[in-house]
Design a binder for this molecule. Sequence first.
Ligand SMILES: Nc1ncnc2c1ncn2[C@@H]1O[C@H](COP(=O)(O)OP(=O)(O)OP(=O)(O)O)[C@@H](O)[C@H]1O
Length: 642
Amino acid sequence: MESKGTRIGVVVRVRPFLNKELKSGCTNDRIEVNSDDKTITVFSDQKQQKRFEFDEVFDESISQEVLYNQLKLDNLIKKVIEGYNATIFAYGPTGSGKTYTMEGYDYDKNLKPVLRDELKLGLIPRLVKNLFEEIKKAPKHIEYTVYCTYIQIYKENIYDLLNPAQIKPPGLKLRWNQQEEFYVENLFMHPCYSANEVLNHYNSGLKNRITSSHNANTTSSRSHSLLTLNIEAMDSETGSILTSRLQLVDLAGSEKVSQTGNEGSALKESIEINKALFTLRQVISTLASMRDGEASFVPYRDSKLTSLLKPSIGGNSYCLMIACIAPLDSFFDDNLSTLAYATKAACISNEPIKNIDPKTKVIKELRKEVKRLNFELKLANQQIMMLTEIVNLDPKEQATRLKEVEKLPMKAENLTRIQNLRSNIESMSPSSPLKWQSQTAYSKFSDAEFSDFSLSPEILSEKLYDSVKMIRDLMNSNKKLKDVVSDLTQQKRALEAENIQLQNENQDLQEKMEALENIVKGKGNSSKINSEIWMLQKEREGLIKRIELLEKENKTTNVVPINKGEWGWKSKRTVLRGRKHIDTVKPLSVVVSDRHYDPRNTIGRVTPKAVYRPLTQDYPIDMSKQEAINTLSQILMKGMPY
Ligand SMILES: Nc1ncnc2c1ncn2[C@@H]1O[C@H](COP(=O)(O)OP(=O)(O)OP(=O)(O)O)[C@@H](O)[C@H]1O
């Protein structure tokens, strides 16, 4: 079933006052929440009213469990299992309860998540458990695998929260795939077979999420986080594969600088967060103002967040927006803006599409075709049998039996032909000999008509033969497709194993890096460093000896200033490529300007006042200038600086 034009669901949740807000005497005079008629009314300074209506409005008394049940998210999970994509995202100002709604964990002094109260668990853990409960109910021949990814977008960089090697800049790249969707390159996808496995990954990812404390929220998420569950259902009976995706998004909060009190780098961070949310609001506004069938430019690509949310907002997923607001009067402007965008989002229509694997689609179509051909074959057999009997009957009976044949389901043109044949037989003289009558009846048709007359036994048997051949071909290709599916399954398993191996290797590397860091910090075994230092000292001693030798040689040589034209020194610069070249290439050309020496400059570009060329056996060497020696020493000691 393809469901078309499903509106984005929009609900609003108002959080309760926090203890510190109650103590500091914060007020709540400008917002009126009415859960029964699903409205929120806000009052401006001048006591003007604005009323907003949503799919649901939850006041501060609502618990996490009631919220989950009232949102009827088990229905959404069923859709996901059926092969539809779905997204739930929390939107609202900083400190309005987005993370609480999605996660529900408490945070310790180091801003790390801890689970103190199961009842407080947010939507994500509940959805994950619900998903696996539904999977358990599925028939045994359908094998489900849930692949879990968890990313955060921080200052327009994408980090893999489940891969410790990818939680620092530069982050992962965003790419565009053949299905015309954005995806994150090299993202770890963890195959999971139970809710606990997913939640363990999620919890480890949460620890890597960037949070900080500011005036409006002591545990503020500074990044947008996207937990994605890719579900793959493989039917071992039919070989068909069904995929779907559940995306759970906790956005960073929009924030007013005056409210957060941020300064310096935290202020810059606020600006970055607001930039991505600005693009999200632009996308929402553009889609909301588009009329049916109208094409308009939607700036999805302007931020990584909106690029990744493209299928969810105005795309082919089911989508639920949870707008969070805080009841405080100090949040008035942010609340008003949140409610305005939530209203716009409610006007956006998505077109959820069931994801069917292309191979499964072909197999389904072939099956349908085989079924149709089998039916036609059955009919053709029936007709052949009846007509074979009719040929040997007398004309009267022939006409009666042909009437019966006419009742069989058949193509319109065949029916006309049988009817013509019958009326011909009926109009014949009853005394005519049977054989002659039959021949006359057939002879009324032209040759062309006769050859095209599909009810003649020869033609029908030919058609029968063709149909059988076609069915055999279809069955063959069906079998081939099944083989392809089983190959792909094997490949998939191999890739999964490889993925796990790579993750283990990655883990090893992490450990090695940590060990090296410990060594550098002096925590670990320092013998490696000592031997490295010893080697470097040896190398240094060798170099110093070589310089001394060169200095000695220098005393016995003359100065030969170079003319550009004479020596073509532009071409000689390649000699100065590094220490090794200087050791091996002869004659040795070192060209030094009196004013400065910049090895990255081509010597040809420097206009030297005096240029010196040290030569070996073939030429007298100029080493009387101290700069040349110094430069050479520098190169020998440190290597070329590029
Ligand atoms: N429904 C609620 N019931 C009880 N406490 C809540 C509720 N919603 C939010 N809180 C509390 O309010 C504070 C702010 O909530 P939360 O961190 O979820 O806000 P946020 O919108 O995610 O903020 P940010 O955008 O800065 O991350 C937290 O201490 C949280 O525990």
